[in-house]
Design a protein around this ligand. Structure first.
Ligand code: HBI
Ligand code: FE
Length: 286
């Protein structure tokens, strides 16, 4: 059996104590710049009418649609003027406490490598396209930027109290795969959806998944899938409402966590505000 060789990744160079590296922007090849442009062009066709307005506005505000792989330093100079956030190149997934410390200090850690042509449609670990096209634009929105910083600040305590898995679920169902109310419709804001041409449609339009009103503790006790579409997407009313939740007393939530059940990704509870009860067809196909 021909073993599948790991895709080649660009050399990261020396890695600092906080896992940051030099982006080495001059080393990106014309192919890699073209691949960034192709990935962005594909999403640019899909996101109007699906991404929330704050995201679409932010893409322009941070001038992300310029050609080629973004230079994180120059992008950060524009972003920092808006909300104090910077984007720092890292060597890949970094230890949890390092990740949270960066967020708490308004530094978003972004992978510096870009996926290979053979990974164009799906990639396991976050590459620069997922991180910068998916996560960074909304950091130009002051309310979302404040939420991300508050989220990071809560990390150290969650780790200390052995409740990181609860904070990871909050991250997953909002920052990665969250939906938001916009007028009479639902729109996307989660980075994992924003960087995926198939999941942008699935999350909003497919009858299969549940779409459930966001509730902090409900989400913190709900498991998720990491390698496929979600069985349920959670819907926030606004970034202001999400930010308010970040200031709740997580100590009390952690204290009663032991008495709470863990819900399966596809569960619907009698207390849920249900926007759409999914058919589950995607996951039940034989
Ligand atoms: N590291 N570079 C990077 N990016 C992430 O999204 C990330 C990480 N380390 C840990 C981590 N995420 C998780 O702990 C959070 O998603 C909760
Ligand atoms: Fe991500």
């Amino acid at each position: 059996m021909k073993d599948i060789e790991a895709p080649t990744r660009r050399p990261t160079g020396p890695v600092a104590a906080d896992f940051t590296i030099d982006q080495r922007w001059d080393d990106y090849t014309p192919d890699e710049h073209a691949r960034w442009d192709a990935l962005l062009a594909r999403m640019a066709k899909l996101l109007p009418g699906r991404a929330c307005q704050a995201y679409l506005d932010a893409i322009d505000k941070i001038a992300l649609s310029q050609g080629g792989v973004p230079h994180m330093g120059r992008l950060s100079d524009r972003l920092e003027k808006l909300t104090g956030w910077r984007v720092v190149p890292v060597s890949g997934l970094v230890p949890d406490e390092v990740f949270f410390d960066h967020l708490a200090n308004r530094r978003f850690p972004s992978g510096a490598f870009i996926r290979g042509a053979e990974e164009f449609d799906y990639i396991e670990e976050p590459d620069i396209f997922h991180d910068i096209f998916g996560h960074v634009p909304l950091l130009a929105d002051p309310t979302y930027a404040a939420f991300m910083q508050a989220y990071g600040a809560g990390g150290a305590r969650a780790i200390r109290e052995g409740k990181l898995h609860m904070l990871a679920r909050l991250y997953w169902y909002t920052i990665e795969f969250g939906l938001i109310v916009q007028g009479d419709d639902l729109r996307l804001f989660g980075a994992g959806i924003m960087s995926s041409p198939t999941e942008t449609r699935f999350a909003l339009e497919d009858p299969s998944p549940n779409r459930i009103g966001f509730d902090l503790e409900r989400v913190m006790h709900t498991d998720y899938r990491i390698d496929d579409f979600q069985e349920s997407y959670f819907v926030i009313d606004s970034f202001e409402a999400l930010l308010d939740q970040a200031y709740r007393d997580f100590g009390a939530i952690y204290a009663r966590a032991e008495t709470m059940p863990t819900y399966a990704p596809g569960d619907i509870l009698p207390t849920d505000r249900v926007y759409h009860q999914g058919t589950g067809a995607y996951f039940n196909k034989d």
